[in-house]
Ligand binder design. Structure first.
Ligand code: PEP
Length: 251
């Protein structure tokens, strides 16, 4: 029996408004019939979320999430979206600590911890993203950085909440660059992530999917998801085209 079925998650970043999303899903759904052996998820921009949940109303097998939330449930935070609001709009998952949030918007480890706690408190599932920058890898710091980000991200979760989360290892030097981690390097880091998760959540950690992200494409997805310890992929650029994404999720 498969302990963790592969997860194929599309991070659309700041692409696809409601009109594009509807056209995308019309094409995608023709090419992707329900399958019990994998999970597919979409992370559209927040304003596109209702169009996506509407287009997927007969496809409860496909999950939908948002790319970011604020950690407060409501209040005077102009421009922000909270976890309860995301949930009300149909989100079930939330990306937390994506490298673009960390490195473009200055999100801190402490904030990722607050966000994961807010996501869990709202009954949603956090997808905690961790990953080292190129200079950190060059200095041999990759493991220390990933472990630090991981511990901080789940610091405010109970072990039972950690056990229901997902983690995505996304080396920053591989995101949007066309450069991927080798399956061996990805596996090695995923094993580190799993070891820390086990320490924090016990045997239940065996069920936490650890995804790889960073320039995944139709050409390399099969090799990456068959690597030991790689339980799926989080895909940016290659998830934007409906035919291409349908090919990837059928890998
Ligand atoms: C991402 O945004 O999470 C990502 C991995 O992007 P890309 O696939 O474009 O590298």
């Amino acid at each position: 029996m498969m302990l963790r079925k592969p997860v194929f998650a599309a991070n659309w970043k700041m692409n696809h408004g409601p009109t594009d999303a509807k056209a995308f899903l019309r094409t995608f759904l023709v090419h992707y019939a329900r399958r019990a052996d994998r999970t597919v998820a979409f992370f559209p921009p927040a304003l596109t979320l209702p169009a996506v949940t509407d287009a997927l109303r007969d496809r409860s097998d496909i999950l939908v999430g948002v790319q970011n939330i604020h950690w407060e449930p409501k209040g005077a935070f102009t421009g922000e979206v909270s976890a309860p609001i995301a949930r009300d709009a149909g989100a079930r998952l939330v990306l937390v600590g994506h490298s673009e949030r960390r490195h473009i918007f200055g999100e801190t480890d402490e904030q990722t911890g607050l966000k994961c706690a807010a996501v869990a408190a709202a009954g949603l599932v956090p997808v905690l993203c961790v990953g080292e920058k190129l200079d950190e890898r060059e200095r041999g710091m990759e493991e220390a950085v990933v472990v630090r980000q991981l511990r901080a991200g789940v610091a405010r979760l109970q072990p039972g909440q950690i056990a229901t989360a997902l983690v995505a290892y996304e080396p920053v030097w591989a995101i949007g660059t066309g450069r991927t981690a080798s399956p061996n390097d990805a596996s090695a880091m995923h094993a580190v992530v799993r070891r820390v998760l086990k320490e924090l959540a016990g045997e239940r950690a065996a069920h936490i999917p650890v995804l790889y992200g960073g320039s995944v494409s139709r050409g390399n997805v099969a090799e990456l998801i068959s690597a030991p310890e790689v339980d799926g992929v989080l895909v940016g650029g290659a998830s934007l085209d409906a035919d291409g994404w349908a090919t990837i999720v059928r890998a």
